[in-house]
Ligand binder design. Structure first.
Ligand code: F0G
Length: 459
C-alpha cells in the first residue's frame, strides 16, 4: 500500500457536507436529467467535478483578501501581482483577467484568424473553443503513448514533435498562428510535459517563426514532475524549473483557479513583445475591465499573488502528488485501470476498461460518473465521447481516443479518509460492473453540450 503523504498544514475552518441516502441520490440524479452539472452542490458528498476554483485558500491568502486595494486604476494589489508574476515567470508583461478562458478570449484573436490553424499537445475544451471563435482550426498533436492508459511511461503529456513538424510543413509555417503547450496536459489525464520536449518544441517554433504560448493552468504540478522525473532537474528548485519552462515560450495564458490556489482569477504573460502587450491591453479593457484589475476585485489580485508562491512550495507539491499516488495505489490493488502513471490533478479512470459492455455512444465515462454519485454521493465527470460531442458537419457522435471518468482532486480540501471512500465506491461498482447501464441523450444544445445535455439510462 502507498504511504499517504501527510498534510503540511492543519485545519482552521471547516465546511459541513451533507450525507444523503441512496433514494435521495436517485431522485436528485433523475431531477438533474442524469447530468452531473445539473446536480445541486449541497446534494454532493465528495465533489470531484473539477479542481478548478474549488481550492481551499490559506490563512495568509485570506489576510491578503483584507489588504486588497479596490482602486479602479493603479491599485497596490495590481502592482504587487505584476512584480510577483515577473519574479516567478521572468516575463516583462503580466495582465490579470478573470479566468483562463478570458485570457484565451483576449489573446487568441490577436494571433489567429480564419486563415490560420493552431497546434497543441492537446487543447482543453475552452482553448479549442476560443481558437475556433477566432475563426481558426485547432489540431491536437500529443504523443501516441498518451492514448494507451495502461502504458506507464513518463511525460505522456508531451507534444509529438515529429508530427508537429510534419503538420507545419503540410499547412505551411505562415498558416500556423500559434503552438500551444498545455502544462500539464489536462485532457490527456493531467500528464506532464518535460523540459526536453519544451526545448524541442521551442526549437521548431523558432525555426519556422511561429508564436509559442503556454497554457499554464497547472504549471507548478508540471514543474514538480520535472523535478521528480527529469534527471537534469533533480536538484533544481521548483521556482527555477518554472522559470526555465517559461523561458521557452513567447506568452502564456493561465487559469489561476488551479495551481495559484484561488477560487477565481487568470493571467496573461508576455515575455517581451511590447506591441503585443499594447493589443492585449486594448482587448482587456473591452472584454474584462481596466488593465489594473482585469475583471477581478483587488482582493482577488492579492490572494492570487500569494497563491502563486504557495503553489510552488515543494512540501505542498509533495503532499498534493502524494494524494494522487495514494488513491492510484488503492486502485492498483483492486485492478482498476486509469491513465497511468497518475497525473497531476486527478485520477482519470479508464471507464472503457471497467465497463467493457458499453460502446462509446453509450458513454462509459458518463455511466461510471452517474454510478459513483448513486453509490456514494461522489460527483465526477466524463472526459470521453460524451464530452467530445458530435461532428460539426455530419452531426454524428464522434468517438474519443479515451473514455475517462475524471476524479479531479481540489487542492487542500479532502483528507485521506475521503480518498478511502472514493476507492471503496469504485471497488463496489467494479463488482457489479456488468449491471451498469449505458446512457442516451434525450436533448442537447449545439456547443459544449456535456454541460447541459439531458440524458437517460438505457433500459
Ligand atoms: N486550460 C486548461 C488546461 C484548463 O484545464 C482550463 C480549465 C482552462 C484552460 C480554462 O480555464 O476554467 O479558468 O476559464 N479547466 C477546468 C477543468 C474547468 O475542470 O479542467 P478557466
Amino acid at each position: 500500500m502507498k504511504k499517504y503523504v501527510a498534510e503540511p498544514f492543519r485545519i482552521k475552518m471547516v465546511e459541513t457536507i451533507k450525507m444523503t441516502t441512496k433514494e435521495e441520490r436517485e431522485k436528485s440524479m433523475a431531477e438533474a436529467h442524469y447530468n452531473m452539472f445539473g446536480l445541486r452542490g449541497e446534494d454532493v458528498y465528495i465533489d470531484l467535478l473539477t479542481d478548478s476554483g474549488t481550492n481551499a485558500m490559506s490563512d495568509t491568502q485570506w489576510s491578503g483578501v483584507m489588504r486588497g486595494d479596490e482602486a479602479y486604476a493603479g491599485g497596490n494589489s495590481y502592482y504587487k501581482l505584476v512584480e510577483d508574476g515577473r519574479d516567478i515567470f521572468g516575463y516583462e508583461f503580466i495582465q490579470p483577467v478573470h479566468q483562463g478562458r478570458a485570457a484565451e478570449k483576449v489573446l487568441f484573436p490577436i494571433l489567429l484568424n480564419s486563415d490560420k490553424v493552431a497546434i497543441s499537445n492537446t487543447f482543453f475544451d475552452t482553448t479549442r473553443a476560443h481558437v475556433e471563435l477566432a475563426g481558426a482550426r485547432a489540431i491536437d498533436c500529443v504523443v501516441e503513448e498518451a492514448k494507451q492508459p495502461s502504458l506507464r511511461v513518463k511525460f505522456k503529456g508531451n507534444m509529438d514533435v515529429e508530427k508537429l513538424e510534419k503538420l507545419i510543413n503540410e499547412y505551411g509555417a505562415e498558416k500556423v498562428g500559434v503552438i500551444v503547450m498545455t502544462i500539464t496536459n489536462n485532457s490527456a489525464g493531467g500528464q506532464p510535459v518535460s523540459i526536453a520536449n519544451m526545448r524541442e518544441v521551442s526549437k521548431i517554433a523558432k525555426k519556422y517563426g511561429i508564436h509559442l504560448c503556454i497554457d499554464a493552468a497547472r504549471f507548478a504540478e508540471n514543474a514538480f514532475f520535472i523535478k521528480r522525473d527529469e534527471e537534469e532537474f533533480k536538484d533544481v528548485s521548483i521556482k527555477d524549473i518554472t522559470r526555465e519552462m517559461f523561458s521557452y515560450a513567447d506568452t502564456f495564458t493561465m487559469s489561476a483557479k488551479k495551481d495559484a490556489i484561488v477560487n477565481m482569477g487568470g493571467l496573461i504573460g508576455i515575455k517581451e513583445d511590447a506591441e503585443l502587450y499594447q493589443k492585449v491591453k486594448g482587448n482587456t479593457i473591452s472584454f474584462e475591465g481596466f488593465i489594473t484589475y482585469g475583471g477581478l476585485s483587488g482582493r482577488d489580485l492579492e490572494s492570487l499573488s500569494i497563491g502563486l508562491y504557495e503553489g510552488l512550495d515543494e512540501e505542498y507539491l509533495k503532499y498534493r502528488n502524494g494524494q494522487m499516488e495514494y488513491l492510484a495505489g488503492l486502485l492498483d490493488e483492486a485492478g482498476i485501470e486509469y491513465q497511468s502513471p497518475v497525473g497531476g490533478h486527478g485520477v482519470f479512470i479508464d471507464a472503457a476498461k471497467m465497463l467493457p459492455h458499453l460502446k462509446y455512444y453509450e458513454y462509459p465515462g458518463h455511466a461510471l460518473a452517474v454510478e459513483l454519485y448513486l453509490e456514494a454521493g461522489i460527483r465526477t465527470c466524463d472526459i470521453g465521447s460524451f464530452m467530445l460531442g458530435n461532428d460539426p458537419d455530419t452531426k454524428e457522435q464522434l468517438e474519443s481516443d479515451f473514455e475517462f471518468t475524471r476524479l479531479a482532486i481540489p487542492r487542500r480540501v479532502y483528507t485521506q479518509s475521503h480518498l478511502d471512500i472514493i476507492a471503496e465506491a469504485l471497488i463496489n461498482i467494479k463488482k457489479r460492473a456488468s449491471e451498469v447501464p449505458g446512457y442516451r441523450i434525450t436533448w442537447e444544445p449545439e456547443i459544449l453540450r456535456h454541460f447541459q445535455a439531458h440524458v437517460e439510462p438505457i433500459k
